[in-house]
Design a protein around this ligand. Structure first.
Ligand code: FAD
Length: 394
């Protein structure tokens, strides 16, 4: 089959990889003019790690990864107020855990396609006309094409989802936070392999030192701190962050000053996408487009890869019967994704505590996590993926 996949992030290229193995012809369409670089750092483990292994990607992923040692909480004067060793993640996953830039993971997956999958950059699917035995797809720039299936792998704000299922508002569940991230070069101080966090009621800022003298900053704040509607321009985003984090102490004045020279700030509402079906006719959704669990799940990339792998596997096992394959894909993955979303939504209430008492209690709990058996008990259960993926014979 000819299968058009909108979005070349994590899910899209993973799907293209497995579809190619099954003998299908994939076409990737990516809105960005080239693969995105930079961006935030993700933790990578679980079923995503297993699939990366099946794809032969682990050596590259390990080389690009950071083996983080500690998560540290500091007060407004920079004094340690909590935190724990990240050994627990390694122990509970048998060492199958790393952190890397999301863009590095995406590029590693894309490279595994060996240049064999046609990719249209700087474009997007804009129309899907299901005409029975095929789909007429139109694009923002390219000429229309006829394909057998259309897959939306275009993330949280999926265009394909909007075209096939309706506006995002119908599926978006806000978790009550906004998140922003950017990287700067030459920032001091650095703390190698330590995730340094400073939290005050409702707001949290984290710093992570990366290679090439870069430092990543991640801001999370409760929605009630957003001064007005979501900012549209880069300058508005900067103004919002400058206002919301003006009085939080620690290195914030310096970080906000460094932000002024940055030209690519990630800024979004922390949301989940909840749907009761991911497929319609010849169109299906995968990854964040289908079931974004948010950064609070700490596993969105792995979940996206798992959905891609299972969709390709079911299409392979069902021969040309996409209806049966779509049904099996959804049946296998949806309950698992729903459990992941529920766990992330539960975590949301305590992620950035609302009050000073909450911040102090959170810091105390993180100190308790220095006791290995307690850490294993409290964190270990969140690291389990209660699903067994089929071993499709690609
Ligand atoms: C701050 C933050 C921290 C996170 N931390 C973690 C973590 O620790 N661990 C983890 O596993 N996950 C984490 N995640 C979640 C993870 O990044 C996502 O779940 C994952 O990237 C989803 O993959 P995807 O391929 O579905 O979507 P994406 O990675 O978002 O890729 C979608 C692609 O589609 C493209 N696109 C968008 N619109 C269009 C269009 N109209 N036409 C064509 N192309 C389009 C985009 O440019 C992009 O390349 C985090 C997310 C955030 C925001």
């Amino acid at each position: 089959m000819k299968i058009a996949i909108n979005g070349a992030g994590i899910a899209g290229p993973t799907l293209a990889y497995w579809l190619r193995k099954a003998g299908h012809e994939a076409l990737l369409i990516e809105a960005a003019p080239q693969l995105r670089s930079g961006g935030y750092v993700i933790d990578f483990w679980g079923i995503g790690y297993d699939i990366a292994e099946k794809m032969g990607l682990l050596p590259h992923i390990k080389a690009l990864g950071y083996q983080v040692r500690d998560i540290r909480f500091v007060d407004r004067h920079g004094r340690t107020s909590g935190g724990f060793s990240v050994d627990v993640f390694g122990r509970m996953t048998n060492g199958r855990f790393t952190s890397l830039q999301r863009s590095d993971l995406a590029a590693t997956i894309y490279r595994a396609l060996d240049g064999q999958v046609e990719t249209i950059f700087g474009d997007s699917i804009t129309g899907i006309a299901d005409v029975g035995d095929c789909v007429q797809v139109s694009f923002e720039h390219a000429a229309p094409r006829a394909v057998d299936l259309v897959i939306g792998a275009d993330g949280l704000h999926s265009r394909v989802r909007q075209l096939a299922f309706g506006p995002q508002a119908g599926f978006n569940v806000s978790l009550g936070y906004h998140v922003a991230a950017f990287a700067v070069e030459g920032y001091r101080p650095r703390a190698e392999l330590v995730y340094v966090n400073h939290g005050v009621p409702g707001r949290q800022i984290s710093r992570f030192s990366m290679r090439d003298d870069k430092t990543l900053f991640l801001f999370v704040f409760r929605d009630e701190y957003l001064p007005a509607a979501s900012p549209a321009s880069e300058q508005e985003r900067k103004s919002v962050l400058a206002k919301v984090f003006a009085d939080v102490g620690w290195e914030c004045p310096q970080i906000l000053a460094a932000m002024e020279h940055v030209s690519d700030i990630y800024f979004d509402r922390v949301s989940q996408i909840r749907m009761d079906r991911w497929t319609k006719g010849r169109t299906a959704l995968i990854g964040d487009a289908a079931a974004c669990a948010s950064l609070l799940a700490g596993e969105g990339t792995g979940l996206a890869m798992a959905e891609a792998y299972v969709l390709a596997g079911e299409l392979r096992d069902c021969g040309g019967d996409h209806t049966a394959a779509f049904a099996r894909y959804q049946e296998r993955m949806m309950p698992f994704l729903q459990r992941k979303q529920e766990a992330a939504a539960k975590f949301a209430s305590s992620f950035v505590p609302k009050s000073a008492f909450g911040v102090t209690s959170r810091n105390l709990v993180t100190r308790l996590l220095r006791i290995p058996f307690l850490a294993d008990f409290l964190i270990g259960r969140n690291l389990r993926d209660d699903i067994k993926l089929p071993d499709y014979r690609f």
